[in-house]
Design a binder for this molecule. Structure first.
Ligand SMILES: [Zn+2]
Length: 343
C-alpha cells in the first residue's frame, strides 16, 4: 500500500511536468494517461489488491489522482488552442495566396458541346441512355439480327452472354429507346460513349464517343437529311467547306450514304490526312429503314425519317488536327493544356 501511494506521487510529478507543443502531443498525453489502456485505468485496477479496511482511503487517493490528470489534460488542451490563436493573430494576411490550377474542358467535350449546340438550334432535343445495353436495343431493334454479318464489325464486350448484356457499340440504342417511348414527330440527337472490341492503336480504340441523330415525321426526305447535315458542317467547319455523299450500306437505313467534307488541312489539294483525295469521311447517314420503324409500331407508310451518326473523336481530329486517338484518354497534361483557350 505504501509503495503504491509512493508510485502515485511519482506519476503525479511526471504528469505535472508534461509539456505539449502541439495538439498531437496533447493526444499522446490523453492516450497514455486517460485512454482505455492508460495509466489511470491501470492504477485503478490496483484497488482489488488493497486490503478491505484501506479501500475507502485508497479510493479517495485514486479519485484525486484521476481528477488531477483530467485537469492537466484540460489545461494542455487550452494551451494549444491559445497557441493556435496566437499563430492566427500573428499571421500576415496581406501575403499573396497560393495559386491553384484551373482545369480545362476535355477537347472531346468541347467538340461534343459544340455539336449539340448546333443541332439544338435546329430544334433537336438531347436524349441519353445506358452504356450497358441488352441485345435488342443495341442490335435487334436496329435490324441487326443475331446472324447478321454486320455484327462482326461491331464486336463488343459482353457482360452476360445469354441473355446478352453488353457495352453498347453505338448510341443507336438510345434512338431505339426514344422510339419505344415517343410517337412521331421525333427529333433527337444522342451523344455518348460507345465501345468496340478493337486493338488500341493511333486509329482505333476500345471506346470512343458518338453523336447520332434521328428525325421522324411525315414527309421527311433525303433532301432534309442533306440540308440538315450541310448546315451542321458549315456551322462546325466554316462556310467554305464542301460536302459530298457516297452511297453506302447500313442495316438500319435505306438508302444509306457516307458524307465526306473537303479536306480542311490541304483545302482539297491532297495531303496525308485525306490520303491525297482532297476529301475526308465524317459521318454515316441514311433514311431510317422501314423495318426499324415497324419494330416500334411506327407506321412506315405514314412516317419517314433520317438518321446519322458521327464520331466525336473524328470531328475533333479534323478541327484540332489531332493525329493519334490515344491522346484523348492518356490524360497527358501537356496535351490537355492546349485547349485552355477553347473553353
Ligand atoms: Zn488533305
Amino acid at each position: 500500500m505504501e509503495a503504491l501511494l509512493q508510485q502515485i506521487e511519482n506519476y503525479k510529478k511526471e504528469i505535472n511536468a508534461y509539456e505539449a507543443a502541439n495538439a498531437e502531443a496533447v493526444e499522446t498525453f490523453r492516450i497514455k494517461y486517460l485512454g482505455t489502456k492508460g495509466l489511470v485505468k491501470t492504477v485503478m485496477g490496483e484497488m482489488k489488491n488493497v486490503p478491505n479496511e484501506q479501500k475507502k482511503q485508497f479510493g479517495l487517493v485514486l479519485n484525486e489522482f484521476k481528477l488531477f490528470t483530467e485537469e492537466k489534460f484540460a489545461s494542455l488542451q487550452a494551451q494549444t488552442i491559445n497557441d493556435k490563436q496566437e499563430t492566427i493573430n500573428n499571421f500576415d494576411w496581406s501575403l499573396p495566396g497560393d495559386s491553384f490550377a484551373v482545369g480545362t474542358r476535355h477537347p472531346l467535350m468541347i467538340v461534343r458541346n459544340e455539336i449539340v449546340s448546333i443541332f439544338k438550334r435546329l430544334g433537336f432535343a438531347v436524349a441519353e441512355g445506358p452504356e450497358i445495353e441488352d441485345d435488342w436495343h443495341n442490335f435487334g431493334a436496329m435490324n441487326l439480327p443475331e446472324d447478321h454479318p454486320a455484327r462482326d464489325m461491331q464486336d463488343t464486350f459482353y457482360i452476360n452472354q445469354n441473355p446478352a448484356w453488353l457495352l453498347r457499340t453505338h448510341t443507336s440504342s438510345v434512338q431505339a429507346r426514344v422510339m419505344e417511348k415517343q410517337k412521331p414527330p421525333i427529333r433527337v440527337i444522342c451523344p455518348g460513349r460507345v465501345y468496340r472490341n478493337e486493338t488500341i492503336s493511333a486509329r482505333a480504340h476500345c471506346f470512343f464517343h458518338q453523336v447520332e441523330g434521328l428525325y421522324i415525321d411525315e414527309n421527311v426526305s433525303f433532301a432534309d437529311l442533306k440540308q440538315t447535315l450541310y448546315f451542321f458542317v458549315q456551322e462546325m467547319f466554316g462556310k467554305e467547306v464542301k460536302v459530298r455523299f457516297r452511297p453506302s450500306y447500313f442495316p438500319f437505313t435505306e438508302p444509306s450514304a457516307e458524307m465526306d467534307i473537303s479536306c480542311l488541312i490541304c483545302g482539297g489539294d491532297g495531303c496525308n490526312v485525306c490520303k491525297h483525295t482532297g476529301w475526308v469521311e465524317i459521318l454515316g447517314s441514311g433514311m431510317v429503314h422501314p423495318k426499324v420503324l415497324e419494330n416500334f409500331n411506327i407506321d412506315s407508310n405514314k412516317y419517314t425519317g433520317f438518321a446519322f451518326g458521327m464520331g466525336i473523336e473524328r470531328v475533333c481530329q479534323l478541327k484540332y488536327r489531332i493525329n493519334d486517338l490515344r491522346l484523348y484518354s492518356q490524360n497527358d497534361v501537356r496535351f490537355l493544356k492546349q485547349f485552355t483557350s477553347a473553353l
